[in-house]
Design a protein around this ligand. Structure first.
Ligand SMILES: [Zn+2]
Ligand SMILES: [Zn+2]
Length: 247
């Protein structure tokens, strides 16, 4: 299956599962497709041999498509687990019957693009892999791959002035919200007043000050620097070109 077809399947998942915000909740996507999730550790408490079997099969995760069961290794970092779950969802959505090298590459491409679509990286205005890791909640390693791929896509689109494909257009309109008049990659509520926040890098609205005793997050990425930067006009011009009709 080529990249275009895999991306088409990803958009189908977003539509089917009403995904309108990042980071994607992998657990609920798998549950939507009828999967029950278990940890290796939980299986091991019931049956030690089962744990040994899982871990010898894969350090990360294991899928039984026939019984719609996914088991994953809880000892891995949360970001790695998210990627593993998205990878297993990829095998399901792409109809893989076995774990050939080719299928592994496809499932990884699926996972990387499901968790951090290139267009969402663009609209989230990520400046580096660290931003991608922070916003889309993927490991720095996965973020590096996604960011480099995004740069290639971005260059082709904006510097060489390629127009949107039909699929990109569908993707754009899936995430477009008329009331915001933009591509929305994140929706959350303010920690303090409960107001709905769109495309915010913070967990509180601008009107709600952080209490003094609460230290500012130390890992704030470069995003804060560009958040209210004055290049919005330039950004809008680029967007107008990018949205112009398909040739
Ligand atoms: Zn796999
Ligand atoms: Zn607020």
């Amino acid at each position: 299956m080529n990249h275009y077809d895999i991306q088409k399947r990803i958009l189908d998942v977003f539509a089917e599962c009403s995904v309108f915000s990042f980071p994607v909740d992998c657990t609920s996507l798998l549950e939507h497709y009828g999967y029950t999730l278990h940890t290796y550790q939980e299986l091991g408490r019931k049956n030690k041999a089962l744990y040994e079997m899982c871990i010898s099969y894969s350090e990360e995760a294991f899928r039984d498509g026939a019984h719609r069961i996914i088991a994953y290794n809880q000892d891995k970092s949360p970001l790695r687990i998210r990627f593993s779950l998205a990878h297993e969802l990829g095998h399901h959505i792409l109809g893989h019957k076995n774990e050939t090298r080719h299928n592994e590459i496809e499932a990884n491409f699926f996972a990387g693009n499901l968790l951090a679509p290139r267009m969402a990286i663009y609209y989230a205005r990520c400046q580096n892999a660290r931003d991608v890791s922070f916003i889309f909640q993927i490991s720095e390693e996965a973020a590096q791959i996604a960011y480099e791929d995004y740069l290639r896509w971005h260059e082709e689109l904006l510097l060489r002035e390629r127009r949107m494909t039909a699929l990109e257009r569908d993707m754009y309109y899936h995430f477009y919200r008329a009331e915001q008049d933009c591509f929305v990659w994140n929706v959350k509520t303010c920690d303090f007043c409960g107001a709905t926040l769109y495309n915010s890098y913070e967990n509180h609205c601008r009107g709600c000050e952080l209490p003094k005793e609460r230290p500012l997050r130390s890992d704030t990425p470069a995003l804060s620097d560009i958040l209210f930067s004055d290049d919005m006009e330039r950004f809008r011009r680029m967007e107008a070109r990018w949205l112009s009709p398909i040739l």
